[in-house]
Ligand binder design. Sequence first.
Ligand SMILES: Nc1nc2c(ncn2[C@@H]2O[C@H](COP(=O)(O)OP(=O)(O)OP(=O)(O)O)[C@@H](O)[C@H]2O)c(=O)[nH]1
Length: 632
Amino acid sequence: MVARHKLFKSMKLDAQLDDDDVLSDGGEEYTSPEHQALLNDGLDRIRELIGSADVSGLSDDQISDVLWNCHFDIEETTQWALEEQEKIHQAQERKAAREREKAQKLLVQKQLAEAKSASSSRAASPMGNLARGGKKGTPAKKVTPSVNLDQRQLDLSGLNLTNNEPTRVEEAPKVNFAQDKLLEEVRKSMESQGEKGKQRLSLVVIGHVDAGKSTLMGRLLYELGRMDERTRTANERNSVKAGKSSFSWAWGLDGTAEERERGITMDVALQSFSTTQRQITVLDAPGHKEFIPNMISGASQADCALLVVDASTGEFEAGFDRGGQTREHLILARSLGVAQVIVAINKLDQVQWEKDRYDDICALLRPFLIQSGFHPSKTKFLPVGAMLGVNLATCEGDDAKQLLQWYKGPTLVDLLDKLEPPSRDIAAPVRIPISNIFKGQGSGTSVAGRLLSGVVQVGERLRILPGDETAVVKSIEVEEENVPWAMAGSNLTLALVSVDSIQLTIGSVLCPPADPVPLASNFTARIIIFDVQVPIISGAMVELFHHSRDVPATISKLIATLDRTSGKVVKSNPRVVAKASSAEVQITLRSVGSSVRPIPLEPYAVNKAMGRILIRREGETIAAGVVMEILG
Ligand SMILES: Nc1nc2c(ncn2[C@@H]2O[C@H](COP(=O)(O)OP(=O)(O)OP(=O)(O)O)[C@@H](O)[C@H]2O)c(=O)[nH]1
């Protein structure tokens, strides 16, 4: 029997192969360590079922006898083994699809960046005018980019969505609950969760390039049992082979070939784990400044942040200097609504676990955190050694000896366990900005994103904005599990049907057809200007960031400068707004290609998460703010 053969073959493989070998099953080959890990997990369960019987080295018939003697139902187990294998296939497919889309997305970003730098070297921005000795206040000359790149077209081409395949018509499921019943159901579930369950939250891991973010996360996942021994040894062996041995822990998060080759994170990697009290979704953000847009996308999907700081001599300073990402990431995260941060001072092994170095770094960071808007009570510090696993889940053993001479505080897991999930607005309408799109893996098109407000359920019809199209939610996946509904605060993947995938782009927002998000191309905002070298003048050309979308825009009018504390008008119609000041401005989107494409945006007073914006100019974040009024 083929099925039985598969089962036995798997069992024999376990006894005979190591990670480098190719697993062959039913004519198909798998080499992935994840596959092996899953398979072995399954085999462990079979072993549990058949007790202590040692099956290694036995023939198929002998194993069959063992199973029968243990009153073990071979048909049932074979079925189970097949189901497990099917799950493995699906997980592999999903992972491969994610990695393919991620690689495609990075390629598109690269193309876009190249096109932008080609055009910006020719474009005359207001800053460019000043820098080149242009007349102060001269309106910027409108320059038509030589490469006409439409972000949507790029998204689509990058995602390979613009093919001519006919869209499959799939039957749309029906909703299970009327809206009021759904809210009742969610509230009940929240109450029971409060009593006995773990509270969910999402955590973005931020910090300067090479601070050790992915290493820390990889090691933590291992310590918490979310990465098994086989995956660890496979990463170790393969990273040594690639001459990147020091990145073996980071490979647990950095999945694409280019990330592994370059030794840097390029796009946000999603993982999840649980502590005693919390179920945590992790978004490992890239530290390299080239990938700040991806970091922004990650931070806009998070409740809390883990800032990783490199304590090595000169490295902390590089990250904390003006232009360093320790600084920039903290400001960005806070501007995007993240209010709690854990600061992990890493690589203390590089400075002989010196308490003075740790104290000095904390002393420099503390005032900066307060200045960036983090309340001291929501800011925690701890020393760690990510590579050695010191003070992550535990602080014991030889590697921790030097640290234990002066540190008796909590571990990282202790601190994660105490993070407070912010309140979730479940009664507000559904808002899901799309951060990723996965096309056609058996179940049609899936999109990933964060549910900012409301509750979404299977069978629900959602409007895709911008555009007139709708889609029906076929399934909802939260932390690798299918769920009938999900509430605000969830990082989810939705499989969508009854939609042409061409209608979906990164940055689009899903919402109820009866409660759409307004589209805006002209609006007012209150902004705080960062430590910019060139002040902002009317007509300044900028890039506007809203969740995973960035669009060209102009600061079309300086309405007033404001008192930073009271918000009162200090001066109306100012000619410039300088660094560290606050202002009310009008922002107008610029055309992409031949037309201006409005984006879905809501005033902050209506929906906080939908009303936050970031403003960048020539690769530098110059301001953050909130939307006040949509003008058109
Ligand atoms: N000595 C020492 N090296 C570490 C430690 N943690 C990380 N590293 C090293 O620092 C380098 C960068 O680590 P990553 O985890 O890739 O850093 P990252 O912050 O994720 O990098 P990006 O995401 O690209 O910004 C690697 O060579 C790691 O081995 C540590 O605790 N001690």
